[in-house]
Each structure stands twice: as C-alpha cells, then as structure tokens.
Design a protein around this ligand. Structure first.
Ligand code: FES
Length: 321
C-alpha cells in the first residue's frame, strides 16, 4: 500500500485529466514496468484501477531500470454516467492524499524478438503509452494504432505525434475509421498484439485478429471499463463442487462478490474480466461469458470461466472451487 499525494494535475481534453502523485512521505516509490496499474482506494466507492503512464521525457525523474522512482502519473477520463469514481479522481486537489496499491502488472510486454502491434481504443491508450516508451527505448520494432471517436476527444494526440512519429497511426470514427481486417492482414504471423480499450472494441479486434491468423497466445488484452449489468440478466445458482454449498448470485452482483461476502478465499485481481486470474473450471452448467481474456476455443468449450464478470445461461453452475 502506498500513501500518495497529488502534486500536479492538468486537463488533456474536456474529460481526460492527468494526475501526478508522489509519496506523501517524500520517499521514493516502487518502480514499475510498462502495462502496470495502481488500484486507488476511493471512499464509499471501492477500488479503481488506473494505468501508469511513462513518457520518454520522464526518464530524468524516473530513470529506466531504477528500483525506486519519484512519481506516478495516470490519466482519468471522467464518466458522467459512471458510479462517481472518475469524478472523485477529477476532484482531487493538489496536496490531497489518497491510498493506492503497490504497482500491479497484469498486462506485461512479453519477452520476445517479434514485432509488436499496440492497439488502443479511447482512454485505453494509457498502458500502451508506457509500452511504446519501453519498446522505443529498446529499439524494438513496433507500431501503435490508436482509435477515438474524433480528434477533439482524443487524448495525447500531439504528445504521441511528437514522441512516436515513426510508429503511431491515428483513426477517427468520423473521418478515418479503423479497418481492423486491413490492419491485421498487413502483419507478420509472429506479431505480438496488445489491445486496450472498451469491451466492444476488444471483442471486435480479437475476432479480426483470430480471423487474420494471429495465434491466441500472441493476443494480449486489457479492458478499460467496468463490467455493466446487461438487460435480461437474471439470478442463478453456483454450487461449489467440493463442499456442495449452493449460493444465489443476484443481478448486479458477481460470483466473486457473493462468495467473498460468504468468507470464501478466492484469487482475483482486475474484476473486469481481462487479467485471467480468477479463471475457474466449470464442472456443469452453461457459462455466459462476459470476459475479454478467454480465447474463442475456451469460450466454446464451456469448461472454464472468469467468475469476476461472467454469469450463467443455465439455472445453476457447478464450479471447481
Ligand atoms: S479477476 Fe481478472 S479476469 Fe477475473
């Protein structure tokens, strides 16, 4: 746990605010690798995850390879229809303190000589900025493809153009839409693909990448939104195979929510369906997959599920817990 103090804030767009923190104590902070996030503790709301952003020009403050660094920078997009977490982050004042986890990386660049394709949708650009910085510093071949609704709502357009001019391509829904099939058809078969954005974009990109011949283990994803209740959701039961205990999972609560409240010790992290840590074997019943981490083959098998977001199409699931 880190006790952080806000030392700088500035607006990147109407809705995206950049926040910079140091340790409240003035001590150095644990270093991190590209793709890392912090979980911020928000009073009355819970934890919210934000990716750490590292630009090439920050290396004087946070030298590459150092074990301790001076500051953490994140970007928060205000969601006016959200649960208030992003608004609370926007309201933080300079000098105000907040608790955050140690750095956690569920979206790490894998160690490979293969070219890298970074694909971002909207505010999902943030972890990919750090990846671009890391890859550029290693002179590793990569390209960064970044889509947003329009130029006016796109964060970091000019900074990305400045630092990664030879690598970055921008796409806008209104003037230059992203053609995923065309993009993926131009890539070599060993290319490692990293995708971060909203769920619909990740699902479309994963499907297009699979169709273009990308292997499942060359596709890495991180979701940049919290799971929503979907219309038509209904309650279902979960039976724990070992003990035979049965729990009802109501609408608006996840399997993890219910089992944790019952005192079960579970492994999980993101609670958005993208890190894979809560993956659980399904003994019987039909899962309703809501994650973005399982491959099409794993989904179709119905034998595993992410219990942080996925629900059931059958009245009961029996899980290997
Ligand atoms: S906790 Fe990350 S996929 Fe479930």
């Amino acid at each position: 746990m880190n006790h952080l103090k806000l030392v700088d804030r500035r607006d990147e767009t109407d809705r995206i605010r950049i926040l910079q923190f140091t340790a409240s104590s003035g001590d150095a902070l644990p270093a991190y690798t590209a793709g890392t996030h912090l979980d911020f503790e928000l009073d009355g709301i819970g934890n919210r995850s934000y990716s750490l952003i590292d630009w090439p020009q920050h290396s004087d403050q946070n030298p590459p390879g150092s074990e301790k660094i001076q500051s953490y920078t994140i970007a928060v997009q205000r969601e006016d229809d959200g649960d208030g977490g992003s608004k609370m982050m926007h309201q933080l004042q300079i000098g105000q303190s907040i608790n955050a986890s140690d750095p956690v990386n569920d979206f790490e660049l894998i160690d490979s000589v293969a070219p890298v394709l970074l694909l971002a949708g909207g505010i999902g650009i943030t972890p990919l900025i750090s990846m671009a910085t890391s890859l550029a510093s290693q002179k590793h071949p990569f390209s960064l493809h970044y889509a947003a609704r329009s130029l006016s709502v796109m964060g970091f357009h000019s900074t990305l153009s400045e630092h990664f001019a030879d690598h970055v391509q921008f796409y806008f829904d209104d003037t230059r839409p992203l053609d995923l099939a065309a993009l993926f058809s131009e890539q070599g078969e060993s290319t490692e693909l990293y995708i971060c954005g909203p769920k619909g974009m990740i699902e479309a990109a994963r499907k297009a990448a699979t169709t273009a011949g990308f292997a499942d283990n060359n596709i890495h994803v991180e979701l940049f939104s919290s799971p929503d209740t979907e219309s038509g959701d209904s309650a279902f039961e979960v039976e724990i195979n070992d003990s035979g205990e049965v729990f009802e999972i109501p609408v608006g609560q996840s399997i993890i929510d219910v089992l944790e409240a019952a005192g079960k010790d579970l492994m999980f992290d993101c609670q958005r369906g993208d890190c894979g840590i809560c993956q659980t074997d399904v003994i019987s019943g039909i899962p309703d997959h809501r994650d973005v981490v399982l491959s099409e083959a794993d989904r179709a098998s119905g034998k595993v599920m992410q219990i942080c977001v996925s629900r059931a199409k059958s009245p009961r699931l029996v899980l290997d817990l």
